[in-house]
Each structure stands twice: as C-alpha cells, then as structure tokens.
Design a protein around this ligand. Structure first.
Ligand code: OXD
Ligand code: MN
Length: 594
C-alpha cells in the first residue's frame, strides 16, 4: 500500500476515531494500492479528471461549446438501477416488508465481504466525507462513502456537499452513514446493493451506475434516510421541491413525487407560459429528486433538498421540455452514455439541434441498431448552474411546504388533477399510486405497477409501517399541506398525449395554490375534488372534446375496478397495514358502488 497517500494522523485522537477505524478495516479487507481522503477541492478534482482523461474513463467534450464538460461511457451492461439486486437487510424480515428484497444481515455481510475481499488491489481507495443537505442545517445528515471509482468521486462532488466541511461536521457529531462501494468486475452476476438500516450502513458491489454507486443519493438519502426519518419523526421522500411565485409576490413551495424518469426535473424547472410570465408568475427550483421534510415549530412541514446537484435523464431534454436544464448543462457537466456529434458535442434523442455520428457505445450511429443516447443516459451538474436555482436551497431551516403532489404515468382512467379531501385520503392517494415502468431501472419498460409515493424502489422499510408513519403526522397540531394527484400522461383513443404538459402544467399548479388559499372551486367526487371547468385557466390551450372529457371527467365504473385493485394491494401487506387506510379505501369503494 502506498503509505504516502494515507494521512490518518490528521484525524487521529479525535471523535473521528470510529471513522479511522472503519477506513482501516475496509483497507485491510479490500487491500487497495493507496488510500486517498477527499477534500473536495478544485485541485483534487482537476487531478482526478486529468487521470480519468488519461485512462479513457472521461472523454473531453467540445471545449468551445461545452466548457468543462465530459463524457463517460459505462459498461453496456451497467446502465441503470438494479431493483432485483437491491436488498434491505433487517434483523426481522417483516421490517423490510413485501416491498423489498430481503436478506439476513449476517448472510448479507458475509456475501458482500467475500466480494470485497482484495477487490481494490492495485487501485486507489477514496474516502469521501459528504453532507446531505446544507452543511449547517439541523435537517441534514452526513455520510462517508468509500469507493474505488474516481468517476464516483467526481459525481459525488457535484451531487453532495463533499469534503472538508462535511468531515468537520462528522467530527462534531461523531456519527455518519457508512457506505462501501466497489465497481468490482462489473459482472451482473456479482452485483448487489445491500442496505443495513439498523446499522446505518450500505454495501454496494459490481456497478458504477449512479443510483447504485453514488451512495449519497438513493441508498443514503432515500433507503437509509427513510428508516432514520421514521425513528426521528420526519420524512425522506422521492420528491422534487419547487417555489411558485404568484403576481402578488407570494411564494408557495410544492413537493411532488413522481416515479423515476416521469418528469420531476422538468416540473422542478418549469418556465411559465408567456401570459403567466408577463403577469409575474415564476418557478424556482429547490430540488428535482429528493425531499427531506419535518414539522417546524409552527406545525408546517419544512423541506430541504439533501442533494447539491442534478443527476437528470438526458433524452427528451430540449428547449421545449426543459430550457432551464439545457442552459444548466452547457458547462461543467458530466454526461454519461449520451451520443456525440462530429464536433464532439453531447447529443441525445429529443435534442433540438445537431446530429449524432457516434452512439453511446462508441460505435458509428445507426438508428436501425440503437439510439444515439441510452434511454437512461444522464447529466450530472451542480444545482447552482440552473437559471431557476432557488437560493432557498441553502436555507438551513428549509422551505415551508404548501402542497404535496403525487403522480404517475397513467395512460387511462386517471384525470389531469384531483385533490384529497384530507390527510388520510391524501395518504391513500399516495399509497395507491401506479405508473408505467421506465428505463431508469433494468427490466421491461411500460409495465403498469403500483409505486406508492414513487418510493417502491426506495423505501428502506415495510410499506405498511411507512403508511402508518405518514398517517401519524396528522396529530391535531400539525398544519399539513394539501395533497393532490396529477396525471400529465393521459392518452386519447389514438394513443396521443391529451395534455400539452411542460410549461402548461403551471395552470394546474395555479389551481392547487388557489385551493390552498381557498380561492379556487372544485367539484366533489368519491375519488376527490376535481377542478370545476371554469376554475382551471385554459385560455390559449387547444383541447379537443375528447381531451376535455378524459382530463376532467370521472369514470365511475373504471374507478370501481381501480379501487377493488387498490384494496387487494393493501391486503398484500397483511396485518401491519394501518386500519385507517383500509377504512378509507372501503369508504370510497362503497361510495363508488352507489
Ligand atoms: C433517479 C432515479 O436517478 O429515480 O433519480 O432513478
Ligand atoms: Mn429519482
């Protein structure tokens, strides 16, 4: 081992003892050639990127059009999250619940340690201290990821507050989430993502893909944090956070949960339609993927975005769908698995300009063979580069949430928007969420599945307990947000999308804030409150009669079947499922019979 890389003395004798001890244990197991403690500095990043450029891990993009941008091509078999290889390892299997793959912690440790044994020989082991959330926020939590991937280091530097300030906080607090990662051989048969919520620990082997390897993100900020949040009385959610400023100058914050690759980044960065812009409406972005929230002293829920960057899906990002994202990724961005133009610019399907000549597998572009960009190709960029970035992202107190929105890809049945009658009904709406699967995880795309609160791949414990935890927030003293459900993806008979989406979604947000303030009307139905036709501003939107009927109508027969299926789904969780949720389902199912 190259001792010159090891600077343990700097951390000796302090409350970092447990960190030093763990690092030493991991080094003894994995046998790296060198150990490097990451400080997050520019100099460190420059040295790492230069080394990655030299060995081909990173390819420099056109410096004139995309200064500071890089392309990384992953192993073709390692392009997405692997839900079938992701485990929650609790002592009692029921604590992980039917929503998770489970393995006994001792078995999981033995399996992983056998994989990690000697796996970093000849490689550098990086120790990455990071903070999820503003460095001085009581809502934030710290972790340390040990990895042998410099690509992971470079991405973690963008996605988290990484380096010296995080290490100082860990030293103060004396505790942190332990994440151990190795890319291993990138062999899908030797790939596992294991979570040990009771130990606040993660072990990930065999993948370099973001959701499997950037352990601060899905593994820590959702799976481990959801467990921590339950024990500490807060919520860790798969939600964007946006600020909506109205012409009166009031800003309302909205948190919205959609499954992976269903438009969270687009909604978080929405640019209002022309008329709304003129009137003074603005959207600011606090987060695009993860939201940690807890009740403040006034009983409202206050939210932070634990992340510092965006790991967004590239395909489909365009001037029409998301001009703010496009502007964000013109510089200092790591692109993963996109195509290239002749002059070395990144290219993906849906981009307004340019032509691909090389595809994501470094082969000449041939549309008959494969798309230029992998459908789950990504950009990693600092949130501060986004034109709609909200300085409130750094507020240690978080932002007060006025509305929570649930939504999924539902080609049929589900109208454009409806509002929950109360919190319990809102929790049921979240629990019953369904959506078509996307390329963000390996497996078939376009298959309908229940994805409660968009947390199916991310909840670190039994969904039945998770729903109970949500219900507990309604304790008589909290002033909880209003809850809504949206569906931007309703299709007509011809298969076309009926709602224009993107910037036009502001019209729906406007109605929600009207409901929060008590100024907008609604029609009551068994499934919730729908906007009265006159209450949603549709001026300038050209909707067919079919679209009007499907987007704003309520199909009682279809919903009767849907509620029967929701009832069956809740039953799958057995006696742990909270009675209040089952009662709510039965009450609405009975109304639908009428
Ligand atoms: C993501 C995902 O990368 O949900 O955010 O897969
Ligand atoms: Mn996500």
């Amino acid at each position: 081992m190259n001792a010159s890389f090891i600077d343990m003395s700097a951390h000796a004798g302090s409350s970092l003892d447990s960190l030093n001890e763990w690092v030493a244990q991991v080094a003894a197991l994995t046998r790296p050639g060198a150990v490097h403690w990451c400080d997050g500095s520019d100099a460190e990043n420059d040295a790492l990127t230069a080394a990655m450029q030299a060995d081909g891990t990173l390819i420099k993009l056109n410096e004139k059009t995309h200064p500071g941008c890089w392309l990384h091509r992953s192993d073709p078999e390692d392009v997405a999250r692997v839900e079938h290889l992701t485990f929650v390892c609790t002592t009692d299997r029921d604590d992980a619940g039917p929503n998770n793959h489970w393995m006994a912690p001792t078995d999981a440790h033995a399996k992983m340690d056998a994989l990690f044994e000697g796996c970093m020989r000849g490689r550098t082991m990086y120790v990455i201290p990071y903070c999820m959330g503003p460095i001085d926020s009581p809502l934030s939590r710290c972790g340390v990821e040990i990895t042998d991937s410099p690509y992971v280091v470079a991405n973690m530097r963008i996605m988290t507050r990484m380096g010296a300030p995080a290490l100082a906080r860990i030293e103060r607090e004396g505790h942190f989430v332990k994440g151990l990662h190795s890319t291993g051989e990138l062999d899908p048969d030797r790939r596992f993502i294991m979570h040990f919520p009771e130990e606040l620990a993660i072990k990930s082997y065999g993948s370099g893909y973001g959701g499997n390897a950037l352990l601060g993100k899905k593994c820590h900020a959702l799976r481990i944090a959801s467990h921590q949040a339950r024990t500490e009385g807060w919520l860790a959610e798969h939600m964007l956070i946006l600020g909506l400023k109205n012409p009166q100058g009031e800003t309302h914050y909205i948190a919205a949960a959609f499954p992976s690759a269903c438009g969270k980044t687009n909604l978080a960065m929405l640019i209002p339609p022309e008329g709304y812009l003129k009137d003074g409406w603005r959207v600011t972005t606090v987060g695009d993927d993860i939201c940690w929230m807890r009740p403040g002293s006034d009983g409202r829920l206050y939210a932070i975005n634990p992340e510092a960057g965006f790991f967004g899906v590239a395909p489909g990002t365009s001037k029409k769908s998301n001009p703010n994202a496009l502007a964000s990724i013109q510089s200092n961005t790591i692109f993963t698995n996109v195509g290239l133009t002749a002059d070395n610019q990144p290219w993906w399907e849906g981009l307004d300009e340019g032509e691909p000549v090389t595809d994501w597998r470094a082969e000449p572009y041939d549309p008959a063979k494969r798309p230029a960009a992998h459908p789950n190709s990504r950009f990693t960029v600092s949130a501060r580069q986004c034109p709609s970035y909200s300085p409130e992202s750094e507020n240690p107190a978080g932002v007060p949430i006025s509305a929570i929105v649930f939504g999924g890809r539902r080609p049929s049945l589900v109208p454009l928007v409806f509002e929950a009658r109360d919190w319990t009904h809102g929790v049921l709406i979240g629990a019953a969420m369904g959506s078509e699967t996307t390329a963000a995880a390996t497996g078939a795309v376009g298959v309908m599945r229940r994805d409660p609160m968009a947390m199916k791949p991310f909840c670190g414990y039994n969904f039945a307990d998770y729903f109970s935890h949500w219900l507990d927030f309604d304790n008589g003293s909290n002033k909880l947000p209003k809850v809504f459900h949206v569906n931007w993806f309703r299709r007509g008979e011809a298969g076309d999308f009926l709602w224009p989406g993107f910037g036009e979604n502001l019209r729906v947000l406007e109605w929600m804030i009207g409901r929060v303030k008590g100024t907008a009307g609604a029609v009551e139905t068994p499934i919730g409150n729908l906007p009265a036709a006159s209450e949603l501003n549709l001026a300038g939107v050209d909707l067919s009669a079919e679209a009007m009927e499907k987007l704003f109508g309520f199909d009682q027969t279809g919903w009767r079947q849907e509620f029967a299926s929701i009832g069956e789904y809740l039953e799958e969780y057995g006696p742990r499922m909270p009675q209040a949720l089952k009662d709510e389902q039965r009450r609405i199912a009975a109304q639908l019979e009428g």
